[in-house]
Design a protein around this ligand. Structure first.
Ligand SMILES: NC(=O)c1ccc[n+]([C@@H]2O[C@H](COP(=O)([O-])OP(=O)(O)OC[C@H]3O[C@@H](n4cnc5c(N)ncnc54)[C@H](O)[C@@H]3O)[C@@H](O)[C@H]2O)c1
Length: 250
């Protein structure tokens, strides 16, 4: 029996990296997946990957920072597949800027996508999950939401906000049998980290910080999300699952 058989899931930021791996793993485990991303081409590519492998997926072009687009994304899940069981608020941006170089625009963009995007996703998903009698919400935070990372002021603020909002939402929604959890990835090899990892010194520095001796793959995060999306985690809520090769265990 597949772990997400007959479940309907939305994964935001699923055109690339961690979100794409989550969408593909969920589909392999039997879920019908709405692939949401603001970029159409890469989102469609994820849908094609899933369909070619025998899974079910549809694309929803969505900017997660826009209320009306998030509302429309939830409607697409209902119209195409009949409801919503699982929402992964995964879309995110990491704009490298320390305190001095964080402009109003960088601050606003980061908070809008990385923090408000999560809030909007939950807000519009809950009424549909209530109709199903239960639901699973997973927010992609970061270890930069649990400890300070120099040089990314707004990102640390947004991800720290995601970690604590996850706890508040878990309390708010527990009586509705909606579990809300977060995942805090360490350094994962995706488009987000390509530029940093191109610099051999930076790549070596990241590796040295990772006790397990390798950097993360998107699938490392996707399998953590699979657990939190499945019925196996029904008693887990308000938790942030760290998946970082031991980076912050030190
Ligand atoms: N890669 C890492 O090392 C790492 C570490 C910790 C946390 N994360 C988090 O993981 C999540 C996924 O990142 P990734 O590494 O896969 O990066 P990525 O750049 O490969 O993927 C991010 C995806 O989000 C989409 N996106 C960006 N802004 C959007 C918006 N406004 N609306 C809808 N979609 C939008 C992009 O188009 C892209 O497909 C992010 O929340 C990121 O902060 C990544």
């Amino acid at each position: 029996m597949n772990r997400l058989q007959n479940k309907i899931a939305i994964v935001t930021g699923a055109g690339s990296g961690i979100g794409r791996a989550m969408a593909e793993v969920f589909a392999k485990e039997g879920a019908k997946v709405i692939v949401a991303d603001y970029k159409a081409e890469s989102g469609q590519e994820t849908v094609e990957n899933i369909v070619t492998s025998g899974g079910q997926a549809e694309f929803a072009q969505t900017d997660v920072s826009k209320s009306n687009e998030v509302e429309a994304m939830i409607k697409i899940a209902v119209e195409k597949f009949g409801g919503l069981d699982i929402l992964v608020n995964n879309a995110g941006v990491a704009l490298m800027a320390d305190l001095a170089s964080t402009t109003d625009e960088i601050w606003q963009k980061t908070i809008d996508v990385d923090l408000k995007g999560v809030f909007l996703g939950v807000k519009f998903a809950v009424p549909e999950m209530e109709k199903r009698g239960k639901g699973k919400i997973i927010n992609t935070a970061s270890i930069a939401g649990l400890v300070g990372f120099q040089g990314i002021t707004a990102y640390c603020a947004a991800k720290g906000g995601v970690v604590n909002m996850t706890k508040e939402l878990a309390l708010d929604l527990a009586s509705k049998k909606i579990n809300v959890n977060a995942i805090a990835p360490g350094v994962i090899k995706t488009a987000m980290t390509t530029d940093i990892l191109k610099d051999p010194k930076m790549a070596e520095g990241m590796l040295v910080q990772t006790p397990i001796g390798r950097l993360g793959e998107p699938e490392d995060i996707a399998y953590a999300a699979l657990y939190l999306a499945s019925d196996e985690s029904d008693f887990v809520t308000g938790h942030t699952l760290v998946v970082d090769g031991g980076w912050i265990a030190k």
